[in-house]
Design a protein around this ligand. Sequence first.
Ligand SMILES: C[S@@+](CC[C@H](N)C(=O)[O-])C[C@H]1O[C@@H](n2cnc3c(N)ncnc32)[C@H](O)[C@@H]1O
Length: 368
Amino acid sequence: MLDLKLKFKPSTDGRRNWMSPSPLTDLFWNVTRSCNFRCGICFTDSGTPAGGELTTEEALAAIDAAAAAGVRNIIISGGEPFLRPDIERLLEHMAGHDIVARIATNGSRLDDARLKRLKERTKVQSFQISVDSLNPDVYERIHGVSRRFLDKALDAMARIQIHGFHATASSRVTPDTLPGLSALMRHARDRGWATLTLHLPVPTRRSQDTFAEGADLMALLEPLLEEFAALEPRGVVETYIPWAEHHPVARRLSRRVRFTHRGCRAGRDRLTVGPDGALTPCVCLDVPEAVIGNIRTDDLRKVFAESPLCRLFRDPQGAGICSDCRHVGVCGGGCRASAWAASGSFHSLDRQCPLRRAAGCAPRPPSA
Ligand SMILES: C[S@@+](CC[C@H](N)C(=O)[O-])C[C@H]1O[C@@H](n2cnc3c(N)ncnc32)[C@H](O)[C@@H]1O
């Protein structure tokens, strides 16, 4: 994900070189494609269940395999994870392996009884609830559902705090949501939410309502980041974007607010598991071309270490990507999912890269 996290209660610290080698520690698991929402820009094409979704027994076995492979953290997403009737059983099984879970949800299925059970029986640490906008018209347009779900999402944000979970709201940055992000950020601060995650849209699958190709999203977010920098108490901007550290907006603002740059972790310490067990390097790449195995049949550690696509994600420069750029080596070769979304090739350029913009490099033609 290309994320900027506005952290009101910074919990983690320290810098590590995100490009340095790491074992597999994390999974991003889309547990179902069923969804009660119809987001026009969803990168997983969710709505109706995918064919051949993992059965409960297969999902329990997948958790055993993940634990055996050294996975310590699982991000649960979908579709809407709480449409899986066995989701609590799966979370309890993860806890049995001491695996910490974080859940991305639209918040429509979180009541006190469920939150109490999850607190008592699982190692769920945090929830990230899609809010996107406080404006009911925008919320309806983005999520394709009635505005009453906005009230449910806000209610869920309050409840997860009461039950002692880390509370994050998320918004995709689109032309529709951008004007409301300032109000959402202030609401988040006033309500004591821990984090507001801003997803820069990756236009795989459905792609309407995003910005024109070539738009500089960090530049569009600069006024919001300025406002965040001026808030008291001071927060932290945590980025999960390969080139964010080198963007002029981040460089300018880092004199006024602390930035922590974590780059991209896809294929570097994590894999994504699809509803049918398909393994891909990156959650933004819910496309057959990115499938490198299946958790039903393949050894996770082996896929992670040996798949050519995972290797490409870990070392794009080694595959010649951006070798004509004098800044090669500082951005990790950019976002491979964005490259794919723009051109249909994993080897093409990430056109958002600010270093390339500044250097005025001519894009190399995509290779196979
Ligand atoms: C796919 S949703 C699934 C979980 C849950 N149903 C929900 O609504 O959050 C998980 C996260 O992906 C984000 N997301 C969906 N489509 C995206 C896109 N095209 N680009 C960036 N983020 C996206 C959503 O904002 C949400 O925070």
